[in-house]
Design a protein. Sequence first.
Length: 278
Amino acid sequence: MVDKGAALRSRESRPLMSTIHRRVTAILVPCATCAVALSACTAGAPASTSLPQSDDPFVLDPADFTTEIDNPYWPMEPGTRWTYRELDPDGAELSVDVTVTSETKTIANGVDARVVRDTVRQDGEIVEDTFDWYAQDAAGAIWYLGEDTAEFEDGELVSQGGSFEAGIDGALAGIAVPADPEPGMEYRQEYAAGEAEDNGAVLSVDELVEVPYGFFEGALLTRDTNALEPDVAELKLYAPGVGPVLTLDISGGSGREELIDVTTVPAGTGTGPLGSPD
């Protein structure tokens, strides 16, 4: 998903294609090249009739969902922590910890969701802290059900803009990762009118990618956009059995986020109040 905290950083839960396989490295390719490649990849794409689109209603049966998330492109075992290095468009370096907590939350639309903590630090100080809510449907798709987010300056809370919950004030859940991704799939990632209107598209499921954490084959490649910021787009790569490993801004900025490490943390980690994750 396109970053909800763009004022602080340019990012998730937010990809460069050609018609042949190639290695995606930690070097940004000129955006003009990206645009040409993306056009080639999406030409003749199949329709995504079974996936939620824009602000269209999509009936969800809570009985069809689980908080045990094992989609191969982003398995969310409680206690897993992904640590990323992020470079924003101004060249500032940030550290991002994404932690699958032991907690769950019943969303307003009735679905029970896994709570995932996303904490961003700059020079050791928290600048953004978020509870994200995910659940997996019976087919294996990961759904994004909302977030409780906060931005900080000098240790003080300055904004909770962008927070939303599916089922409240018209907010709708969306797809984080499809069950069986195929090139050409397009889907809503989240929808809260005027707050979060992100969309995703699958470009490839057979990519190579290398980041500080390792080299991976068979990666899922998506293009994420934001209807509220039509000039912004990013590419994201998910490694099978690992999760998101690389995010590149290709329009509206030049930020990047790459996976540094994956660790296991004790039960209860990441469950503190916003601004005090551990």
